[in-house]
Ligand binder design. Structure first.
Ligand code: MN3
Length: 199
């Protein structure tokens, strides 16, 4: 298949002041576009014909590093835009809230652990909330990797590559993570993925 860059589900300035128009212009139009372009160049041969993005990510893991990095980042970013919304954050939908409380004790502890996972990821990568073996857990991964190749289903991910926050937060990754959790997360979309992962 040929991958295409999805449009942002909101205007470029819709996430201000927590994520600027300039950040989204670079991050979506330049970085994400480059992953799409590179993945399309690297998917030569019949091996990947008719395969979904998820299949390409899983099939290239450990076999074709260049394709895996670019297809993985295409997958991650396609969700990342939808994991945020203007006036996001706030309350978690019912079933997800129950699962988070069952897994972490308190919503506040989950928030702190998620932020800590993002802060502790050394260098470029992502932190995640994923469903694995029927349980909800926080994970962190390097570069373009994601829970799909570790037996999990990602339901929320935060991009901690510097290109995601350096314009707005400079080196203050903890402040970016806090703003992401408190003001940007689209919990309705996370809830939908959570219910789909449990079917
Ligand atoms: Mn990115």
């Amino acid at each position: 298949m040929t991958f295409t860059l999805p449009d942002l589900p909101y205007a470029y300035d819709a996430l201000q002041p927590y994520m600027s128009k300039e950040t989204l212009e670079y991050h979506h139009d330049k970085h994400h576009q480059a992953y799409v372009t590179n993945a399309n160049h690297l998917m030569t041969g019949a091996e990947f014909e008719g395969k979904s993005l998820e299949d390409v990510v899983k099939a290239s893991f450990g076999k074709n590093a260049a394709l895996f990095n670019n297809a993985g980042q295409h997958y991650n970013h396609s969700h990342f835009w939808k994991w945020m919304k203007p006036r996001g954050g706030g309350a978690l939908p019912g079933k997800l809230k129950e699962a988070v409380i069952a897994g972490f004790g308190f919503i506040e502890i989950f928030r702190e652990d998620f932020i800590q996972a993002g802060v502790a990821q050394f260098g470029s990568g992502w932190c995640w909330l994923a469903v694995r073996n029927g349980k909800i857990e926080i994970m962190k991964t390097a570069n373009g990797e994601n829970p799909l190749v570790r037996g999990g289903v990602p339901i929320l991910g935060c991009d901690v590559w510097e290109h995601s926050y350096y314009i707005d937060y400079r080196n203050r990754r903890p402040d970016y993570m806090k703003a992401f959790i408190e003001h940007l997360v689209n919990w309705d979309y996370v809830g939908e993925l959570f219910e789909a992962a449990n079917k």
